[in-house]
Every structure is written in C-alpha cells, then in structure tokens.
Design a protein around this ligand. Sequence first.
Ligand code: F6P
Length: 546
Amino acid sequence: MTRPMVTRLTQRPAWKALEAHYQAIKGKHLRQFFADDPKRGERFTAEAAGLYLDYSKNRITDETLHLLVQLAEECGLRERIEAMFRGDAINVTEQRAVLHIALRTPRNEKILVDGNDVVPGVHAVLDRMADFSDRVRSGDWQGHTGKRIRNIINIGIGGSDLGPVMAYEALRHYSLPNLSFRFISNVDGTDFVEATRGLDPEETLFIVCSKTFTTTETLTNAHTARRWMLRQIKDLDGVRKHFVAVSTNAEEVVRFGIDTANMFEFWDWVGGRYSMDSAIGLSTMIAIGPENFREMLAGFHAMDQHFYSAPFDRNLPVLMGLLSLWYNNFFGAQTLAVLPYEQYLKRFPAYLQQLTMESNGKHITLDGSHVDYQTSPIVWGEPGTNGQHSFYQLIHQGTRLIPCDFIGFCQTLNPLGDHHDLLMANLFAQTEALAFGKTEDEVKAEGVPDWLCPHRSFEGNRPTNTILAERLTPHTLGALVALYEQSVFTQGTIWQIDSFDQWGVELGKVLARRIGQELEDENGEPLKHDSSTNALIQRYNRLKQK
Ligand code: F6P
C-alpha cells in the first residue's frame, strides 16, 4: 500500500521559523528570562485533571510557544487527535485503531470501531474483573484445596508487566495488606525462583498476562508456574483455581490449559504499552479494589478529555510534548530525565521507558521515508532524593543538556516528622539550582579561593518542568499516565511516525529462537553466524557443561 507523501517536517514553515528562533535565543539564560518577566513563574503554568504544570523554567518565550503550537497545527495534530478518538486505524503499519482512550470512557458514551460500539464490551470486562477481584479480596475465591488465596503473581513482560508493577507500587498505599503481590517477567529463571520463594502453591494465584499469548518469556514462566503448582497440588483440575489469563488470544489461552471462563479479554486496538488500564490491570484491581480502579480510570479520562478539548497553548500533554521536542530537535538534547519525588513512583521511569521509547523510537515516517531529524529521547530517571546523590552531578555540571521532569505531591501518604517538607524542599531547590545556577562571582564573594571558583560555580540554564499534584491517589496516577501517553502521541504525530507499532523488537526474537535451537542441539549443523557470534556460542556451550 502506498501512502500519500506529506510535507517533510524540516521543510515546514514553523520548523524553519523555530530553527531561526533557536539561533536567536539559544544563548539567553533563564536568569534573564525571569528578569525580563518576573511573572513568568505564574504565567507559564497550566492545570488539568488535578495536575499543575509549571513549565516556566524552560528556555522559551511566548514566541517559542507560539511557533511550537504552530508546528503542531501544521503537522495536523488536531486532526490526528480526532482520528484517534474516532477510532480510525491510525496504527497504519498494523492497520489498527488505537483506542486505549476507550478503556476509560464512561459507560454512557459511544466509540465505534468498524460500526461497533466498543464501550459496552469494555465495561462488561471491567464488571467481570470487579466481580473476580471482590471474590479474591474477600476470600470467596479459594485455591483447589480450599485454602484462601494470599499471593497473587502476575506473569507478563513489557506492557503486560511494567504497567501492573508500576501501578501496584504507585498505589501500594491503597492495597489490601493481607494479599502479597509479586511479578515475574524475565525468562531468567532467577526471577521465577525468587518470586515464588517461600510461597505455598495452594495459596497462590497466577495471572498470566499476554496480549498475544505467544511471548516466549511469558509462556516459559507460565509453564514453569504450572509445574510448580502441580508438584504440590498433583491435580490438573487445580489449574482452574490457580491460573487466570488476560489476553486477546482465546485460542492460545485454551491451548495453554486455561478455561476461557477464567480469561479476561482485551482487544487488538489496545497496544501493550497502553494496556495497564485494560484487563492487564487485573492485579492492580485486586490490590486496590474495583472502586479505586474506577477512580484511576476517571483520572485517565479526565486527562483525555482535557487533551481532546483544551487549546494547545493550555493543553498539558501538548505542552509537554512540544517542550520535549524543542530540546530534542533544536537543542540536540538526547535524553529526558523523569524524577519523581515520591518513593511510590519508583517504577514510573521504567514504565515511561517502554511507553516513550517503544512508541517513538522509529526512523521511518508514515510515508515510508527516512527521517532527517531525531525522534524519541532516551528516558531515564530515579526517585528523588536518591538521584541527587548519584547522577545529578552530571545534570548540574556535566557537558550535556538534560531536560528534567520533576514530579511531586503537596501531601504525603506517610506523614513522618518533617520528612515530606525535606523531600519537597529538595525538589524545589533542585529546579531552582538547575535554572539559576551560581556564578563565579557569587562563589568568590563567599570567600572561595580563585582557583576553586570554576569548580564550585554552576552555569544553570538547565530546563525543567515541575508537575505538582495534591496527593498521590488512583485518580492522580491515571491522569499522570494519560499525560505522558498523550505527550508521546503529540511528539509522534509531529515526527510523522507510527507511535503504535514495534517492529524493531522482532529481529532479536527471530534470532533468539534460532540460536535457542543451536544451544539445545550442540552437535547439529555447523554454526553459520558471524565469527563473533559463533565463538560466543561455542564458548557458552563448552562452559555450560561444567
Ligand atoms: O516485544 C515487545 C512486546 O511486543 C511489547 O510491545 C509488549 O508489551 C510485550 O512484548 C509483551 O507482549 P505480550 O503482551 O503479547 O506478551
């Protein structure tokens, strides 16, 4: 299928204007931006769905914003948003609709895919999940031998793991304390052994999550789990009480031995990395309960609605996407640090890595040509204040420009002396230090000897966003995830790439399957890889015998 040629991004008037504008303001310091406009800290802010975004500590002017918004408009962001919400097949390389927004659409609304309203199906599954979650939480759902279920283990990888783990950790405060939750993703047997250590199979429920139900890691772990369970329960019937599946692929679920009565479905229009609010979130719902889960969906939905209807210059996901693109494409920044000042969000950066990099790590445009600009930034991060004592040195005084997103909450879920004030003081201090720095003269005035002044001064002019919310709740988490989802969408639209496929993961899978056979069949055909791969395989085969 040939696709209509679109104007190259770098040829668009707004892009060209941004290039010229960048030359004009690249040398200007944030100290100057704030001196020129003392109200900027109140002006360059936006709020939606319980999240307050302060983007004033960015190297931008009104003109920058105006041009970035113009770029979004020239690239058809408005039309693309509408196409996504309408259920058009905007995932062109897989010819699928992209409708994670339907997962959080209220019951009374309609979204048509090929003429069928998908909303009733979404709610039917949510209702089944709620019923099942209540049964597990209350102890009504028992193991095969009549014992109460005390351990839930989610088996899945990528989007079938990162969302559930992140959400479980983020919302642990709301979780039922008498249930333990563990997550197995890696095909490395250590993951399985450590996750099941000390657990009684008769009290353990496995949720096997896989959109395709063909993913090697997940199926390998699921088969191992079944053997682990059967070693003690010794009755195949036990599978019914100890295994449930979440998938789009009923046939493979049945082939594995799980009854479809114990399967929670989702649909091919939900991408793996956009699935934590589908049935993939079953472990989250069991942990926090159906009501809290629905609150989380309401948070997602509130941000979706804001994204759909707010003007671009007051639209949080659009602003965040455009700012990220500003540094990525004009300042040459290569990474984006996400720094939650909230221990419960410790897995949020890892979650965002898949969301962002699997979505926008592409170099071919929708019309099949090679891009001549950078696409996705590399996303990384750690909770504050831990990161301050490890990598912040490089952000403050290294040679690279690293835009940062700081995330904080006004109220803590665990009040403990002055811990929370200390935590937040550090967040505010870091964004201030990064923006304004400390000049050599200021350092000298403190009596520091001349030779030491360059080492002890801070250039500043390091851009940051601050996202501040009242409290970490299921609703806030939903809004926060949707904020990043739609920011990723904004960037992918401007880069003219398909943010919803992931062909780049395929080659490694194919080669691993082939090499896997060679590791099993050491005396088979001579190896036909390159000399490096051949030598590594031979060495491995030789040493593994020991
Ligand atoms: O290999 C990448 C990927 O396809 C991700 O996109 C996905 O989230 C993950 O594998 C797991 O896939 P599945 O849910 O089908 O097991």
